[in-house]
Design a binder for this molecule. Structure first.
Ligand SMILES: *Cc1c(COP(=O)(O)O)cnc(C)c1O
Length: 397
């Protein structure tokens, strides 16, 4: 049955993805089912999107209740779920104001525009550069792609947008030198997700913050993947005692419905005046109602403490596997985002896991990435890691 769907998709859907040969039809909690009825434990969660698990009943109910009321008005008018969601985001973060859009790339585009506009008003023309990190990922639209420090994503699409320079993640000296170019902002992921779950070294983010303050640059954090409870704090930057001036969120914001948010301090946000930026769908009532419910659950301190405890457990289990399999070179992560760097290609492990009923993802060719829903149970983690052990055994012995 699946083969037929895959054949049909390959005829009419553009081939932009290296998709797993799996046709999914249903999800609940940490599990999904394919069109043959086979069940899988899902440790990808739609790439850190379904943080509350699949088909979360309260989120579904919030969206369902809003659907017959009002679906779309455009931003020519006010709607109420958007206001309440923005209030909650502001209440739980460094930010004073929010702009809503529909995806991670789109809010990063917004962040780039906001920083340029703010810098132009404050310093005049010339300080338009954005300093971004090598190995970063900020999305696939041209601006976000230009901010992404990985050449493999650029190929074939040049010329990119000018005004971006790159420095290695965790290199404060290189960053210091780069500021001489006339920059308005430093853009970074507090933990590089797509780049292979790369953590900031102790002192790096504090150093970036100090440098930004000294040179009058904005600090923009792309928390599209790390935000909203993924690391066991509402936002990853809270672990490091550093506050950004601008932050982008998307992935988990509406637990699977498309939404992005650009957050900023009042000082920076005032650079966006009527007409400066817009999105037809941004902050629509159905998505905002779903996000409001999701955010209420994700921002609960008890829930976040549980995520941290689960993260400790997952780390312990992953380190046990590392003892057994020397092919695991490094185990790194925080909360419930983990990367297992292998000395070999990871794709065969992803396949072997899938064949045994576990979905995981591989990034950068050799880094197995684990992003289970944050509601994952101890039993599910045990089951997932047991399957991973069996898969590693099958592939590497
Ligand atoms: C996924 C991701 C993006 C892009 O989000 P889209 O919704 O796919 O546009 C941007 N930044 C980071 C850190 C991401 O993980």
């Amino acid at each position: 049955m699946s083969d037929k769907w895959i054949e049909r998709a390959d005829q009419v859907v553009m081939q932009t993805y290296g998709r797993q040969p799996l046709v999914l039809v249903k999800g609940a909690g940490c599990r999904v089912w394919d069109d043959t009825g086979r069940e899988y434990l899902d440790f990808v969660a739609g790439i850190a999107v379904c943080n509350l698990g699949h088909a979360h009943p309260e989120v579904a109910a919030a969206a369902a209740a809003q659907l017959p009321q009002l679906v779309h008005t455009s931003n020519l008018y006010y709607t109420t779920p958007m206001v309440e969601l923005a209030e909650e985001l502001v209440r739980h973060s460094f930010a004073d104001q929010v702009f809503f859009a529909n995806s991670g790339a789109e809010v990063n585009e917004g962040a780039i525009k906001l920083c340029r506009k703010y810098a132009r008003e404050r310093h005049g023309p010339g300080r338009h550069h954005i300093i971004s990190m090598l190995n970063s990922f900020h999305g696939r639209t041209l601006g976000a792609l230009s901010a992404t420090g990985q050449e493999k994503f650029w190929q074939g699409f040049e010329p990119l947008l000018p005004g971006f320079i790159f420095v290695p993640f965790n290199d404060l000296d290189a960053l210091d030198k780069a500021t001489e170019i006339g920059a308005c902002a430093v853009l970074l992921e507090p933990i590089q997700g797509e780049g292979g779950v790369c953590l900031p070294e102790p002192g790096f983010l504090t150093g970036v913050r100090q440098l930004c303050d000294k040179k009058g640059l904005l600090l923009v954090m792309d928390e599209v993947q790390t935000g909203l409870g993924r690391t066991g704090r509402l936002f990853a930057h809270e672990h490091y005692g550093v506050k950004p001036d601008v932050m982008t969120l998307a992935k988990a914001l509406a637990n699977g419905l498309p939404m992005g948010a650009l957050l900023a301090t009042a000082e920076v946000a005032q650079a966006f005046v009527p007409g400066a930026h817009a999105s037809t769908f941004g902050g629509g009532p159905v998505i905002a109602a779903a996000a409001q419910t999701a955010f209420g659950l994700l921002s609960n301190p008890e829930f976040l403490a549980e995520v941290r405890a689960k993260g400790d457990y997952l780390e312990e289990k992953a380190r046990e596997l590392q003892q057994r399999f020397p092919v695991i070179k490094e185990v790194r992560g925080l909360g419930l985002i983990w990367g297992l760097e292998l000395t070999q290609e990871g794709a065969p492990v992803v396949t072997a896991c899938r064949e045994r009923g576990l979905l995981i993802n591989c990034t950068q060719g050799n880094i197995l990435r684990f992003l289970p829903p944050l509601i994952v149970s101890k039993e599910e983690m045990d089951q997932g890691l047991a399957i991973l052990g069996a898969a590693l055994e099958a592939v590497f012995s």
